[in-house]
Design a protein around this ligand. Structure first.
Ligand SMILES: Cc1cc2nc3c(=O)[nH]c(=O)nc-3n(C[C@H](O)[C@H](O)[C@H](O)COP(=O)(O)OP(=O)(O)OC[C@H]3O[C@@H](n4cnc5c(N)ncnc54)[C@H](O)[C@@H]3O)c2cc1C
Ligand code: FES
Length: 321
């Protein structure tokens, strides 16, 4: 992981100001099933915080949309951003094929970062697959403020893992977090099962030091399970901060394809649900604020979110995104 961890704390409610930079690829190397890229983007590197993302042009003039990637690290002194790319479709395949000396059009940092808790608060950082990308940077900041940090990284199988030295030392949580637990669905590495199978024991251990805060990044079903498991283990009010990976067409708040139903208490004391853009209000959300009853409920939209009947300022009926 790059230097810079621990250098900057996220201000609550802060909104990132993304800048556009034509970034030179400094290095590109395989990390397990993924590709780790170092991009020279000095202005973004100065501003970035863990939990934020970069929107990358693919270099193909026929692909109008940028592809969103979590920031693995930012080094303000070297002026670099780091990302980990899973070649999932045409755009990410092009990005994963970049080589040193190539350029990538970037807009970063985007979105809101993970908020940091009071110094010394114990924490769990959880990643599914490439969702583990931002965790070493976040864990470094938490450890620097006196937190005991346990990492849990999981994947369907060992070849999809990230964030463990069993895959790659430089992108691992080992040596940053105080302990790391590995899970795989098929048992090919670490404990057989899901990240949430390991979570209750970790939470109960950390709870002896104080109420733990839980950070997670990965697919929505995993985030839902992390939220449910945390509440079962610690009770209502336990703190979860979840970085979502909703499909983002523009990444900068213009297109409304990434909206999610989010509940918040207004100034008059009444809790209301609004459809918020995950790219600007997120990607990090308070797990208690997400309307889980409507998320993943739109079967006709490949599991997208429905607009709850009580949402304000949004069209009713069967909409979604
Ligand atoms: C905040 C965030 C962080 C991410 N972090 C990482 C990461 O660290 N590493 C990584 O490998 N991937 C990451 N992803 C996923 C990555 O952005 C997608 O896999 C990628 O955009 C897919 O592009 P593609 O051309 O390869 O595939 P395609 O599936 O062909 O996507 C083409 C484009 O269409 C958009 N799109 C597809 N479906 C929809 C839809 N229903 N509504 C709106 N737009 C749509 C996609 O966002 C993409 O821009 C992240 C996504 C988000 C939102
Ligand atoms: S991705 Fe366009 S508004 Fe969020």
């Amino acid at each position: 992981m790059a230097a810079g961890a621990g250098a900057l704390a996220a201000a609550p409610g802060e909104v990132a100001q993304g800048v556009q930079e034509l970034a030179e690829v400094v290095s590109a190397r395989p990390v397990g099933a993924y590709t780790h890229l170092v991009l020279r983007a000095p202005e973004a590197a100065r501003r970035a915080r863990p939990g934020q993302f970069v929107a990358c042009g693919t270099g193909d003039s026929g692909m109008l949309l940028r592809r969103s990637l979590s920031l693995h690290a930012a080094d303000p002194e070297a002026g670099t951003l780091e990302v980990v790319v899973a070649a999932a479709g045409p755009g990410t395949r092009l990005l994963a094929a970049k080589r040193p000396g190539d350029t990538v059009s970037t807009t970063a940092p985007l979105g809101r970062p993970f908020p940091l808790p009071a110094p010394g608060t114990p924490a769990v950082v959880i990643g599914g697959g490439y969702g583990a990308a931002p965790l070493p940077w976040l864990a470094g900041q938490l450890v620097a403020t006196g937190s005991r940090v346990v990492g849990i990284v999981g994947a369907a199988s060992a070849d999809r893992l990230l964030g463990t030295s069993a895959v790659d030392e430089a992108t691992a949580l080992d040596g940053v977090a105080d302990a790391v637990v590995i899970t795989t669905d098929d048992g090919s590495l670490g404990a057989p099962g899901r990240v949430t199978d390991a979570l209750p024991e970790v939470l109960h251990e950390l709870a002896e030091l104080g109420e733990p805060v839980v950070y997670a990044c990965g697919p929505m079903p995993m985030l839902r399970a992390v939220h449910t498991t945390t509440r079962e283990a610690l009770g209502d009010g336990a703190s979860t901060w979840l970085a979502v990976e909703e499909s983002m067409a523009c990444g900068v708040g213009v297109c409304m394809t990434c909206v999610l139903p989010v509940a918040a208490v207004d100034d008059d004391g009444v809790t209301r649900t609004r459809m918020l853009r995950a790219c600007t209000a997120g990607p990090v959300f308070d797990g208690d604020a997400l309307r889980w009853d409507a998320i993943g409920a739109a079967e006709h939209l490949r599991g997208g979110a429905l607009v709850p009947d009580d949402a304000v300022g949004a069209p009713k009926a069967t909409g979604g995104h």
